[in-house]
Design a protein around this ligand. Structure first.
Ligand code: GDP
Ligand code: IMO
Ligand code: MG
Length: 423
């Protein structure tokens, strides 16, 4: 059996949580492979809205195994809160949540370091979620991090202290106030005790055994391809491999085992945090998108920057991920527009037209070149099939498919599970 991968093609918040929840009944296993509590994946069903940060989005479906893979950085404090927040749903965590012993642990000083690094960058800050993601991945690659399996070892406290001492040296260089540390540590160790009661496993064996037995596995990406550590708008990126190969290294699955790659994108664009965003709107259209799409961060509550769809960026993400199917989200947010703009190229300062995201592009001001198409300008609320779509929306889908050369197999027309149109 192959493992399918679902990932965001833009700057995150494309609607991955919603779609994983919608697709989950077609799978036996849902697995997160990278990122950590910087993610905020929203699910809506039966009048309930819920945001998941570290727990995979298959958790609300019965009989689905959810795995947090080795590529994830995990905050025990946030995980405890997340699990407690789900108590009212009577989820059998013992039965359906498994965590890799090789996942990396976020400790309190990682969050302090994140804050210190951001502060030192001044107006060049990344706009990090301040969840400690960058410093934790730094320690992982630097071969000094703590892993989930370490919490079971009798010398965990010494290992922890060794790492904290290193962090304190760095924090003193930044003249960082450590007065809150003792309180953060008390909460951390309390959460670690809770963590020990969860299923901590060598999840690479589990995933590969499931695949061998013919079970269907869906890998759930976090963030988006344009925030990828290698191919995103560096340095305004996150610190993990958000692309499809991240599902191999983050779960221990061979590249030959990858099946479908579902690429998910909004019918427009958003970005939260700093960094280039060629189609960003600073006018009333941008404001209207933010309002209509409720574009405020699921993790930090920050207003998301909004703009028109960007085809060069989407083509790039499709290329580096080998996307086999596209899912278009939040089509309903564009209901309000009589005309819709589609960025087909960028104009460089010297007048040259390009449609590639080259290395140089990150450091120059580019002007988006738009094609304007008619909007459908009507509600999609009562539509339950693709045939029922207004002509202008069908034309929009066809135009994007032709430009992107990958079929759009799903169109989302609202945040609820049911507001999903399959083709
Ligand atoms: P994720 O991080 O990719 O899972 O996305 P987020 O949950 O951070 O942000 C997506 C937001 O859009 C959430 O508030 C969803 O409830 C909402 N959403 C998802 N699909 C649709 C849609 O088709 N239409 C509308 N209006 N909202 C949607
Ligand atoms: P989901 O999974 C949108 C952004 C931050 C910042 C940059 C680095 O919900 O799509 P980090 O905390 O990772 O060091 O921040 O990445 N960012 C996200 N933006 N959605 C996310 O996750 C994000 N996770 C991180 O805003 O610009
Ligand atoms: Mg999100």
């Amino acid at each position: 059996m192959k493992m399918d991968v679902l990932l965001g093609l833009q700057w995150g918040d494309e609607g991955k949580g919603k779609v994983v929840d919608v697709l989950a009944p077609q799978y036996d296993v849902v697995a997160r492979f990278q990122g950590g509590p910087n993610a905020g994946h929203t699910l809506e069903f039966d009048g309930i809205k819920h945001v998941l940060h570290q727990i995979p989005s298959g958790i609300f479906r019965e009989n689905i195994t959810n795995i947090i893979g080795n590529g994830v950085v995990l905050d025990p404090v946030i995980l405890k809160k997340e699990i407690e927040g789900l108590h009212k749903f009577n989820i059998a965590f013992k039965k359906n949540l498994f965590i890799s012993k090789k996942a990396t642990i976020i400790i309190p000083t990682h969050k302090l370091l994140d804050a210190a690094y951001e502060k030192s960058k001044g107006d060049k800050k990344i706009g990090s979620t301040l969840k400690g993601i960058g410093p934790t991945y730094q320690d992982k690659i630097g071969r000094v991090a703590l892993r989930v399996g370490d919490i079971l070892s009798p010398d965990f406290k010494e290992k922890y202290q060794g790492l904290v001492d290193k962090h304190k040296t760095i924090l003193s260089f930044y003249d960082f106030d450590l007065s809150q540390l003792a309180e953060l540590e008390a909460t951390f160790f309390d959460a670690v005790e809770f963590f020990k009661t969860l299923n901590l496993v060598d999840s690479e064996y589990e995933v590969n055994t499931y695949l061998k037995e013919g079970q269907r596995v869906l890998a759930e990406g976090a963030q988006g391809s344009l925030l990828d550590i290698d191919f995103g708008s560096y340095p305004f990126v996150t610190s993990s491999t958000t692309m499809a190969p991240g599902a191999c290294t983050g779960l221990g699955v061979a590249p030959s085992r990858i099946g479908e790659v579902y690429g998910i994108f909004k019918a427009y664009c958003t970005r939260v945090g700093s960094g280039p965003f060629p189609t960003e709107l600073f006018d009333e259209d941008g404001e209207a998108m933010r309002k209509e799409g409720n574009e405020f961060g699921s993790t930090t509550g920050r207003p998301r920057r909004c703009g028109w769809i960007d085809l060069p960026a989407l083509k790039y993400s499709i290329m580096i991920n080998g996307v086999t199917q596209l899912f278009m989200m939040k089509a309903d947010v564009l209901n309000i527009f009589e005309q819709i703009k589609v960025c087909t190229h960028y104009e460089l300062p010297d007048g040259t037209m390009v449609d590639r995201l080259t290395y140089e592009l990150d450091s120059v001001e580019v002007k988006p070149v738009y094609q304007t198409v008619p909007g459908w300008n009507q509600s999609l609320a009562d539509i339950s099939s693709y045939d029922g779509f207004p002509k202008e929306l069908k034309d929009y889908v066809t135009m994007l498919e032709e430009a992107l050369e990958v079929p759009i197999k799903l169109v989302s027309v609202g945040p609820d599970r049911k507001q999903t149109i399959l083709r």
